[in-house]
Design a protein around this ligand. Structure first.
Ligand code: FES
Ligand code: FES
Length: 157
């Protein structure tokens, strides 16, 4: 098995994976970063969303070997221990979750949107997150949280 080297949450990691190993499997099974969830086997739910070189990607749709040399950010890497990233704080403030299973993917997708738009409209948020499914909420509070989080970030990534 060839070793794959990539940067995950600002740390360089090298691990041996099979050529068929998915990025989400590398993160969860090899690096113990279990905040990235698997909610489907059809690439529809978005629970596995991470950032690859700053862009949100469903990590169940990409092979680990294809991200060699890339910078990957997972939900564990966006804030220090005991801290909340402004986007996470906005989800908490607006009760943008119930069971929380979809939340890491929602937050990671929202970070990509926030880097592109510092003040996204409701329609923009709903369209952007159409690939992130929540089985618990009516999306209303999630949309409010993403808008508030994006404003708090002020266009920062
Ligand atoms: S696990 Fe559902 S889209 Fe990746
Ligand atoms: S909060 Fe439960 S799936 Fe979204």
């Amino acid at each position: 098995m060839p070793p794959v080297t990539l940067t995950v949450n600002e740390k360089q990691r090298t691990t041996e994976v099979e050529s068929r190993t998915l990025l989400v499997e590398l993160l969860r099974d090899h690096l113990d970063l279990t905040g990235t969830h698997v909610g489907c086997d059809t690439s529809q739910c978005g629970a596995c969303t991470v950032l690859v070189d700053g862009r949100s990607v469903k990590s169940c749709t990409i092979l680990a070997v294809d991200v060699a040399g890339s910078e990957v950010t997972t939900i564990e890497g966006i804030a220090g221990p005991g801290e909340l990233h402004p986007m996470q704080a906005a989800f908490k403030e607006h009760h943008g979750l119930q069971c929380g299973f979809c939340t890491p993917g929602m937050v990671m997708g929202a970070l990509d949107l926030a880097a592109r738009s510092a003040d996204p409209s409701e329609a923009e948020v709903r369209e952007w997150l159409e690939g992130n499914l929540c089985r618990c909420t009516g999306y209303h509070n999630i949309v409010l949280a993403v808008q508030e989080g994006a404003r708090a970030m002020g266009g920062a990534s």
